[in-house]
Design a binder for this molecule. Structure first.
Ligand code: TRP
Length: 342
């Protein structure tokens, strides 16, 4: 269970769905950046996981990966400190997934609450694929291949990490009876953050069309804020408002901490109208995003930067994944009988 450094390992991943929004930042990315000094960080592009729901559009995966990794880098993930790599480029993910898939029952996977919710949302109750129900098994392979100690995730992912822990115990019980265990039992690392609402107060999500992207222009951000829902009872400027139900107020809390007290007071008293409040929220979001957007441009202007980061990350990740798989093969008794050069 030796690590390259003595720091505990973090394995985190996102499915590439394109450009990231403020919700991704406050929910995950901000935390990843903060953790990179104290942990050895592995950031995985879950580009096979995308196929569980979007298998008909594999051509979208690369452009979406590119935009997402660009946002990771712009937000401050340092590729010299943290490994960034695509799952699809390291075939060991598929091999370990297969082995783990034998160690969990179908019923156990069907009871996973995150899976049940997704299947219900997509209306797939009678029609989900073999690959889709195996989603958390592939995720377990992602984590175990790199012997991840912690997985920074939101609440919805906790059932998946619990399954990874069960798989570790079962694997060791069956294959490592009188040997040293191979894998640490990964722990979820929950972040105490208030979920950032979207422009319509629902959860911020690309599919709901209520996002502010990290890469949106000033014009786009101002326009989106103008259309944002506030407090429906505050009809005229001087009506008293209820900041606790207003998504724009959540943005003030997050991005305008110095002025938020006064904004809250003036909203409640009716001294501050939504038009001005939205303008200030826009100013705050823009000044928060502007260094990231500068960096994004800088990276975009360097040909092959993203590709090079991925290929370096993938080379290193592959070495680790191969080592882990040779331990797995060994304890399971898959010996090499014939050796030949390819
Ligand atoms: N399931 C995660 C999500 O939807 C993405 C993911 C894939 C992941 N593999 C992972 C997260 C490994 C953490 C660790 O957000």
């Amino acid at each position: 269970m030796e690590n390259r450094t003595s720091k505990p390992r973090i394995l985190s991943g996102m499915r590439p769905t394109g450009k990231l929004h403020l919700g991704h930042y406050t929910g995950a990315l901000e935390n990843w950046v903060r953790l990179q000094n104290d942990y050895e960080n592995f950031h995985l592009v879950a580009d096979w996981h995308v196929l569980t729901t979007d298998y008909e559009h594999p051509q979208r995966i690369w452009p979406n990966t590119y935009e997402m990794v660009l946002d990771w880098l712009a937000a401050g993930i340092d590729p010299n400190q943290s490994l960034i790599f695509r799952q699809s480029q390291i075939l060991e993910h598929a091999e370990l997934h297969l082995m783990l898939s034998m160690l969990v029952s179908f019923g156990r996977l069907q009871r996973n609450p995150t899976f049940k919710e997704q299947i219900r949302d997509l209306g797939l109750e009678d029609e989900y694929s073999y690959g889709h129900i195996g989603y958390p098994v592939l995720q377990a392979a992602d984590i175990l291949l790199y012997k991840g100690n912690y997985v920074p995730v939101g609440e919805d992912q906790v059932p998946h990490i619990e399954l990874s822990r069960e798989l570790v115990r079962r694997f060791h019980f069956i294959y490592c009876q009188d040997r040293a265990p191979i894998f640490p039992e990964p722990l979820p690392m929950l972040t105490a953050f208030a979920r950032l609402p979207g422009l319509d107060r629902r959860r911020m999500s690309k599919s709901l069309g209520n996002t502010i992207l990290l890469s949106d222009s000033e014009q786009e951000i101002r326009q989106k804020l103008r259309s944002a829902i506030t407090d429906e009872q505050k009809v005229r400027k001087n009506d008293p408002g209820h900041p606790e139900i207003c998504p724009v107020f959540s943005y003030q809390q997050k991005f305008n901490p110095n002025q938020v007290k006064k904004i809250e007071m003036d909203c409640r008293s009716g001294a501050l109208g939504c038009v001005d409040c939205k303008k200030w929220a826009g100013d705050a979001i823009l000044s928060f995003l502007s260094p990231m957007q500068e960096k994004r441009k800088e990276i975009q202007n360097q040909p092959n930067f993203v590709e090079d980061v991925l290929s370096t990350g993938e080379q290193k990740a592959r070495t680790i994944a191969r080592d882990t798989m040779s331990e797995v093969r060994e304890v399971m008794g898959f010996q090499k009988i014939i050796t030949y050069e390819i």
